[in-house]
Each structure stands twice: as C-alpha cells, then as structure tokens.
Design a protein around this ligand. Structure first.
Ligand SMILES: [Ca+2]
Length: 289
C-alpha cells in the first residue's frame, strides 16, 4: 500500500469514530496480519458447529474489497443451532474499550458476522457475553462496516437478557472494573434454526483508551481450536489448583464438554469444586480439627 493512502485511510477511520464515544486523538493504530503462519492469538471458539477459517475467497484489506489475500470466512449449512466464532484474548477492561469495528459481507440479510465481548470478574462474581445487534437494512452481497459504539448490545448475564438492550457507553459504566477475557467475531446461534449462509469479516478493530489494534485476516487456514489455559501447576512439590476468590465458581465456566474436568478450590473453606456434566459439583471439606 502507498503510504499516502494509508494516512488517508487512518484519517478516515478516525473520522468515522468521531461522534461515538470519547475517541482518543493520537491513539496509534497497529495493523496486525492474521495468517496461517501467525494467527496472532486468534482461534476457533469452543462450541463452533459450522465451518470457517481464513479464506482467499473474498480478498479484503485496508484498500477494500478485492485487495489483500483473504478474510475470515463463516459458513452455516441451514441446520439448527449452528454457530461459528473466532476469538482472541484482549485482556483489557470493558470500560477501556472505546469501539470495536469490523467489515463484513454476507449472502443473507440478517445472519451476519458481528462482535461479542466476553467478560468475567471473580471478585464481583459476574460473567457474561455482550452481544452486538447488527444494524438493520443490510444489503446482502456488499461489504459494509459496523461500529460497535453505534450499536445496541445485550448480555447473556442473568438479569441482562436479549430484551435489555443498552448502548456500548452504558455497558462501559455497568461493567466498570471488569475485564474482557475474549473478543469474539461470530455468526449463527446455539439455539434455533440458522439459515444457510456464507459470510466474511475482516479488519476487525478494537480501539481502547491506549491504542487501536486492527486485525487483517489473510490467506487460507482453518482456525485452530481454543487453547487450553494453564490452570494447574506444581508448587514446591504440591499440585496447586486455581482458587475462586472466596466465591462459588461461575456457572458459565461449566456448561459444555470442553469444561468437564475443571477443578478449583474455594480457599475460604477448602471446598473442592469439580466441573462435570450436571454442572459444578461441590465437595465439602471435612472438619478435621
Ligand atoms: Ca484481509
């Protein structure tokens, strides 16, 4: 890309963001290429049932449609409960996310890739997934951009259901101090029918109070499965589990097969919690004084 165009592009991006929330002037944009040789932390989120990955079928880059060597592809075949999600761990507070934007193209008017933000706080005992509601009036077959700061969002957290739509700014306030553990771009649903759809997303951009990270998906590859986090260690000869922070572990951390086998210790009373098919099982510490 010619340098002049790049400068223009970034200026245009900044203009598009103006008028949403407090966009930080001078926040540096970092372009990150996500390709088969370096997926830069992106993986297929657990629970995916459709197909997808990096694709050369729809080249897209900062210069727009037809440029670059690929994009992120999502394919559902029309059966019930299909969902495809790509994710990465941003490790940033929800309140510090100023905007998330993404370019997308779909052959369906409403089944389109959109962003989600998972959050989790052991100390506050809260967790959930913020789900953006795509703009109405999308024209199938066209590349368009969405800005999350202009959309309404709901949360999977109990008490904040699909009818409780809030602006991004309102969620920044509601979730003050809580970290986002996953940035997700996905399509489909885990419940109910999902139309047969082929869609693409690219230039997924997360703007925080400190910087703007722009992910350009390129090349061809299936995304790898969600990595297992290191939750167990050996500490001076003892097997050491994570602790819960004095609370019961989050129900959302024990909902499907990839979670079964998780163990965690409630350090206040010494209870051991084990995740299995019925959900968390609590093993009470015996009183041995
Ligand atoms: Ca691309």
């Amino acid at each position: 890309m010619k340098p002049m165009f790049k400068i223009f592009y970034y200026s245009l991006s900044a203009l598009l963001l103006l008028g949403s929330t407090a966009v930080m002037a001078g926040s540096p944009t970092v372009l990150i290429t996500v390709d088969p040789d370096n997926l830069n932390g992106w993986f297929a989120k657990a629970g995916n049932t459709g197909t997808g990955g990096l694709s050369t079928n729809e080249p897209f880059s900062q210069s727009g449609p037809g440029t670059g060597t690929g994009s992120l592809e999502f394919i559902t075949d029309g059966s019930d409960g299909q969902i495809i999600q790509a994710a990465r761990i941003p490790l940033v507070k929800v309140e510090d996310i100023v905007n998330i934007s993404w370019y997308f193209k779909s052959n369906h008017a409403t089944n389109v890739p959109h962003a989600k933000v998972e959050y989790y706080s052991l100390s506050q005992g809260r967790s959930g997934t913020l789900v953006s509601v795509p703009s109405a009036g999308y024209t199938p077959g066209t590349w368009e951009i969405e800005h999350g700061s202009n959309l309404m969002w709901w949360s999977t957290e109990e008490g904040f259901g699909g009818g409780d739509l809030r602006t991004w700014a309102e969620w920044q306030t509601e979730l003050a101090g809580i970290f986002s553990n996953y940035l997700v771009i996905g399509m489909g649903s885990t419940s109910g029918p999902v139309p047969a759809t082929t869609a693409y997303a690219d230039l997924v951009t997360i703007t925080t109070v400190e910087q703007q990270l722009q992910y350009d998906f390129e090349g061809t590859a299936l995304l790898p499965a969600e990595p297992k986090t290191n939750q167990i260690g050996i500490d001076n000869g003892y097997i050491k589990l994570d602790v819960t922070g004095g609370l019961a572990p989050s129900p959302d951390d024990c909902v499907d097969a990839v979670h079964y086998g998780r163990m965690v210790v409630e350090e206040g009373n010494g209870d051991l919690w084990i995740c299995a098919a019925p959900g968390w099982r609590q093993f009470l510490a015996p009183m041995m004084y």
